[in-house]
Design a protein around this ligand. Structure first.
Ligand code: ATP
Ligand code: MG
Length: 448
């Protein structure tokens, strides 16, 4: 595509000279005398570059640039300044001009600057495209994180999505195991086939088998109709068996057979059925220990553990906490129609906590705080006290806010003692409301 250049210059001789020179170099050119005319055509058509004089009859070239950049912030702008007005040039560069040229100038000089500006633009475009390609490769929109630990997870997802291998996802509760299982399915070529999720711990033991493998009519009292199981429904797709450690032992044998040759029988049936199902399992327990204790078949364990995928705990990838905070703030602000912004103290509180419940715990805290807060200043009050308390237990925390909090705590305790626990009196002495005192007592764990 030919580069189209917009020129805004009030001096007619200058304007025609520039226009001719640019056209001679193969560019398409539109030129205007007034800033306002230039800005309005810019909005209607695509341009690769804008060149504007700094002094125009109706506005300054800097104003032109601001208006144009408000419309398209990436458009390169060259400002032409008069001899002796280097201040204008500096100002223009500060405001985002790609270059400037001082009048009078030779056409060679001018053409060089134009060429360079267009080159920089192409480079920038390429850069953006390159970055986008890379992030496509190693990031998944639903899984937030940039830490080294989570990147390892991304790489593994990338590799295993294209295979049919059985994956065992392990990691603490709330680390995103189910999220990763879904991601693997939707990245794989089974993505248009079903993803069936079964939580093995959520069914009574005697129902797991019929749920997974289905039953024939009359297989047991109450089996009035034949019912296909989840494995049949997952045919050609993926089955996600969550909390696999809780699979009853009679079902473990059946699962082992599916893994060996893809076949099983419905409960009460004799015909072997064949399915093509990819199996992904997850556990937050140490499956090896189940094996040692004889509660989980060792042969099944090895079949399931073809590709182990470890989901790191949130405290092992603290770098991701700020990103996750942002993500969940957006999610819940949007859901509750609010515009709560976090103040720095609240961010510090959220960043210093250890999150035994991992991402789910962080998500729940933010959901709760956004739901309860009427505006940004009340967010912090709604952070659960045990989180604040944990922070203050850290001996190395000598930040001003922490030292101040300690002093506050001491003082409240002293006053409460002097009033023999009478909070109304204590609040009066402290010069705060009863509600504030109550909150502080709760946050500092001072209730006696
Ligand atoms: N990296 C992440 N980015 C965004 N959201 C996440 C991330 N990890 C987890 N979540 C969210 O946290 C919650 C818990 O995740 P998930 O259910 O996948 O955890 P889990 O490991 O399966 O937990 P459990 O062992 O308790 O079943 C979900 O709402 C999930 O969307
Ligand atoms: Mg889960």
């Amino acid at each position: 595509m030919k580069n189209r250049i917009l020129v805004i210059e009030d001096d007619e001789i200058m304007r025609i000279t520039i226009e001719d020179s640019l056209k001679a170099n193969g560019y398409e050119v539109r030129s205007y005398e007034k800033g306002s005319d230039g800005v309005s055509t810019f909005k209607e058509d695509e341009y690769s570059l804008v060149i504007t004089d700094v002094r125009l009859p109706d506005m300054t070239g800097l104003d032109v640039m601001k208006m144009i950049k408000a419309h398209d912030e990436k458009i390169p702008v060259i400002i032409m300044t008069a001899f002796g007005t280097i201040k204008d040039a500096v100002e223009a560069m500060k405001l985002g001009a790609i270059d400037y040229i001082t009048k009078p100038f030779s056409l060679d000089e001018f053409n060089l600057i134009v060429e360079r500006a267009l080159e920089v633009r192409t480079l920038r475009d390429d850069n953006i495209r390159l970055r986008r390609d890379l992030s496509d490769l190693y990031s998944y929109p639903n899984i937030i994180g940039e830490s080294e630990e989570i990147k390892k997870v991304f790489e593994l997802i990338e590799k295993i999505s294209q295979t049919d291998s059985t994956v065992l996802i392990y990691g603490e509760s709330g680390t995103g195991k189910e999220l990763v299982a879904s991601t693997i399915h939707y990245q794989s070529n089974r993505k248009n086939r079903p993803l069936i999720k079964v939580n093995c711990a959520a069914f009574p033991e005697n129902l797991v088998e019929s749920e997974l493998f289905g039953y024939e009519k009359g297989a047991f009292t109450g089996a009035a109709q034949r019912k296909p199981g989840r494995f049949e429904r997952a045919d050609n797709g993926t089955i996600f068996l969550d909390e696999i450690g809780d699979l009853p032992s009679n079902v473990q044998i059946k699962l082992l057979r599916v893994l060996q040759d893809g076949s099983f029988e419905r409960l009460g049936g004799t015909d072997a059925l064949n399915v093509d199902v990819r199996i992904i399992t997850a556990t937050n327990k140490k499956l090896e220990e189940y094996v040692k204790r004889g509660e989980f078949r060792e042969d099944l364990y090895y079949r399931l553990n073809v590709i182990p995928l470890y989901m790191p705990a949130l405290r092992e990838r603290r770098d991701d906490i700020p990103l996750l905070i942002d993500h969940f703030m957006d999610t819940y602000n949007c859901r509750f129609g609010k515009k709560i912004r976090l103040e720095s103290e609240a961010i510090m509180d959220l960043m210093n906590y250890d999150y035994p419940g991992n991402v789910r715990e962080l998500e729940n805290i933010i959901e709760r705080c956004v739901a309860l807060s009427s505006d940004s200043s009340t967010f912090q009050e709604n952070i659960p006290p045990h989180i604040l308390k944990k922070n203050k237990d850290k001996p190395e925390d000598t930040s001003l806010s922490n030292v101040a909090a300690d002093a506050e705590k001491e003082h409240i305790l002293k006053v409460l003692k002097s009033t023999k626990g009478n909070r109304t009196k204590a609040a009066e002495i402290l010069g705060i409301s009863r509600k504030t005192l109550w909150e502080k007592v709760k946050n500092y764990d001072l209730a006696q």
